[in-house]
Design a protein around this ligand. Structure first.
Ligand code: NAD
Ligand code: WQD
Length: 339
């Protein structure tokens, strides 16, 4: 395989799972991460799973000199850019910090790629760019609407990439709009392991299952949905990792960019998740209904036709798989022993 693949933010939840998918496909992969929301120990576990040493460079994508050194030392054919802050709540408290890290980081990375004549980038975008969508399942042609500084940072990043590709067709961008990632690697050695307090549903449900939190707060049961609770398009992180492999292979083989949703196209409610996790962990999980969370929408669901036609991508794993793998991760010794 000519050229290495650089995973900016590759030590994180989605990056670490994508690392394994790319290595298994024969790519030589380098992780670049400042560990603001991940743990260096993940590289040891990636080495254990993959059976090969992991090349990981500690650094910040806003550090031009560090990036120039990296591109000078390695022949990098493409970059997958995971490195961003992703908490909606934190972005409201620190909008400038989010723009500096997420938008500033992307621009600095692109400038370093330009100097190194590396023109292929897969970008981690989010269904958040759709704001409150007019239609669900939501197609990629839906209007982008920022609901918070985090979502605004993702829209601005997409616009930078569009601008650059228009100015110089030599660039090829795979913009992947993830819906709701969940689950973990079947080994139980890696999974969602944030330093920040997770806002997401699945990590909270997991904390109740292992007894760290007393009960799940269900934010609203009066939505116009089958059981009144919020509906989302949960996608297994293993499926998501495979979607990145397909996006990268498409960029490298065609030189053509794409913007695609990565989701299952099926909606699952909060109560569906609680029931599935209860089955996975073998215990009824306590929950209480509370008021709606500000900014939440009733339903988020991906239209998946384009991912299928452009990348040949279809999800393979179920909500049960997500809950079972998450339960295995949170109860695995490796996770608990982590320093
Ligand atoms: P994560 O926080 O687990 O991983 C992000 C990684 O990037 C972390 O290891 C962090 O240390 C690193 N990082 C952050 N800023 C950096 C910087 N300036 N320099 C170097 N490294 C930096 O998050 P994740 O869930 O793996 O998400 C990866 C990407 O996918 C993010 O861009 C996120 O916005 C996007 N996304 C995530 C979700 C989700 O629900 N997990 C949904 C949609 C989109
Ligand atoms: C899912 C459902 C909640 C927690 C977020 C980010 C988005 C993206 C994906 C980065 C909703 C309900 C949740 C809880 C609950 N991340 N819920 N109790 O809000 O769809 O999207 O993660 O790009 O940017 O906004 O995911 O997991 O927070 O919520 O009832 O303790 O679970 O109301 O219906 P969301 P979520």
């Amino acid at each position: 395989m000519a050229g290495k693949i650089l995973l900016a933010g590759g030590a994180g939840y989605i990056g670490s799972h994508t690392y394994l998918a790319l290595v298994a496909a024969g790519f030589e992969v380098i992780i670049f991460d400042n560990f603001v929301n991940s743990h260096p120990s993940v590289t040891e576990r990636l080495a254990e799973i993959s059976g090969a040493p992991v090349t990981c460079v500690t650094g910040d994508v806003r550090d031009s000199a560090a990036l120039d050194r990296l591109f000078a030392e390695h022949d990098i054919a493409a970059v997958v850019h995971f490195a961003a802050l992703k908490s909606v709540a934190d972005s409201v408290k620190d909008p400038l910090g989010y723009l500096d890290n997420n938008l500033g980081g992307l621009v600095t990375l692109l400038a370093a790629m330009d100097r190194a004549r590396c023109r292929n980038l897969v970008f981690s975008s989010s269904a958040t760019v759709y704001g409150i969508p007019d239609e669900t399942p939501t197609p990629e042609t839906a209007e982008r609407r920022a609901m918070n500084p985090y979502g605004r940072s993702k829209i601005m990043c997409e616009e930078v990439l569009e601008e650059l590709a228009t100015a110089d067709p030599g660039w090829a961008f795979g913009i992947l709009r993830y819906f709701n990632p969940a689950g973990a690697h079947p080994s139980g050695l890696i999974g969602e392991d944030p330093k920040d307090v997770p806002n997401n549903l699945m990590p909270f449900v997991a904390k109740v299952a292992i007894g760290e939190i007393a009960q799940i707060k269900v934010f609203g049961n009066d939505y116009p949905t089958p059981d009144g609770t919020g509906v989302r398009d949960y996608i297994h992180v293993e499926d998501l990792a495979r979607g990145h492999l397909l996006s990268l292979q498409s960029l490298l083989s065609t030189g053509q960019g794409h913007v695609v949703n990565l989701g299952t196209g099926k909606g699952q409610s909060v109560l569906d998740v609680i029931n599935a996790y209860s089955a996975a962990c073998g215990q009824d999980l306590p929950f209480v209904f509370e008021a709606r969370r500000p900014g939440d929408v009733p339903i988020y669901c991906a239209q998946t036709d384009l991912a299928k036609s452009v990348l040949g991508f279809e999800t393979e794993k179920s909500l049960a798989d997500m809950c079972e793998s998450s339960w295995h991760w949170v109860t695995s010794q490796a996770h608990l022993k982590r320093p």
